[in-house]
Design a protein around this ligand. Structure first.
Ligand code: ZN
Length: 332
């Protein structure tokens, strides 16, 4: 009958209960739960899209499935009522509500005298943050009480996220969590912005967090040498060093290491090859771009495959390095 958003975000001020709407802040009601109900009613009404046949539709009721208990993810049962062709219709839908806390600008100004004291800039080696990483950061912000209460605002831009906090320790805790969760490289800088009433110098902390984002099976360059990216571990990036053919962990917690990690440009060494035959100890590949002049007969032990199965007649993206053939993915 009508489409409504499947998920709604609700951001409210932990100090005064104001809530965020369309980029601004509005006064809340007596209780946060009451504010949430009214907010949901408003957002769902504004964003509801009745289907063509429906003459009129409205949000009849909203029922939270759990008692409201601060930041977290909630489920709500929404009843939508309407009329079509002289008939009354009722439809129930389940939506997800993600409630999170922030500090509104007014409370920020009140508590610190002047906005934020720390900024965490999150960037990615891929140029922009991937969806998984964004979700992961939101999770870190939500789950950690020692961070969430100090976040003034989160600005999302093309390059990444700028997270503003009223507390420098909280900013360092956040950066530390991002480092361990995403093997990120972290750099701090400090800028003097004036003096406190006591005469002590007042500084603003900026922490740059650079998250390495690659696809498993992607070729990356570590200090100029080709590696195959497998994934992340708590200690860093798990790769295969293609010079040695061995798995290793590139420890990105060490300063400057991540600066030496880039996308690898394989150039002509990345080839599309068809597996012609696989028998006994021998695997025979044909370079499909060069035709019959390029047939590679390789001992099975020199072929490292990262695809689920290899079948004669199929074409694979292949990287030949150090006497080994790395089969990266099927190209169809
Ligand atoms: Zn407030």
């Amino acid at each position: 009958m009508a489409r409504i958003p499947e998920a709604v975000r609700f951001v409210y001020c932990r100090d005064c209960g104001a809530y965020r709407y369309q980029g601004g802040w509005n006064e809340g009601l007596e209780s946060v739960e009451g504010t949430l109900r009214e907010y949901l009613h408003m957002v769902l009404t504004v964003r509801m899209k009745p289907t063509e046949a429906v003459e009129e539709a409205w949000v009849e009721s909203i029922e939270l499935m759990q008692a409201f208990d601060g930041p977290g993810v909630y489920t709500a049962l929404v009843t939508v009522a309407g009329r079509a062709g002289g008939q009354s219709l009722v439809e129930r839908k389940i939506i997800t509500v993600e409630a999170s806390q922030a500090l509104c600008p007014r409370c920020t100004a009140r508590s610190t005298g002047r906005g934020f004291e720390a900024e965490v800039k999150v960037r990615s080696t891929a140029g922009s943050l991937g969806r998984d990483v964004k979700t992961g950061i939101a999770r870190v912000l939500r789950r950690s009480r020692s961070i969430a209460g100090f976040v003034v605002k989160v600005d999302e831009n093309r390059e990444g996220l700028d997270i503003y906090l009223t507390d420098q320790t909280a900013a360092r805790i956040l950066a530390g969590k991002l480092r361990s969760e995403f093997s990120a490289e972290v750099k701090e800088s400090y800028k003097l912005v004036g003096r406190q009433p006591s005469g002590r110098r007042k500084g603003r902390l900026t922490i740059s967090v650079r998250i390495p984002e690659y696809r498993p099976g992607e070729l990356i360059s570590v200090e100029g040498r080709p590696h195959l990216y497998l994934g992340r571990s708590g200690r860093g990036l798990v790769t295969i060093d293609l010079d040695t053919g061995r798995e290793r962990v590139v420890d990105t917690s060490r300063t400057g290491v991540l600066a030496g990690v880039k996308r690898y440009e394989p150039g002509a060494r990345l080839r599309r090859m068809m597996l012609l035959s696989s028998s006994g100890d021998s695997m025979v590949f044909l370079d499909v771009d060069k035709g019959m002049q390029e047939v590679v007969d390789a001992p099975r032990g020199s072929v490292r495959s990262f695809v689920e199965s290899m079948e004669p007649g199929r074409v694979y993206e292949v990287f030949i390095h150090g006497g080994r053939i790395y089969v990266l993915r099927e190209t169809g």
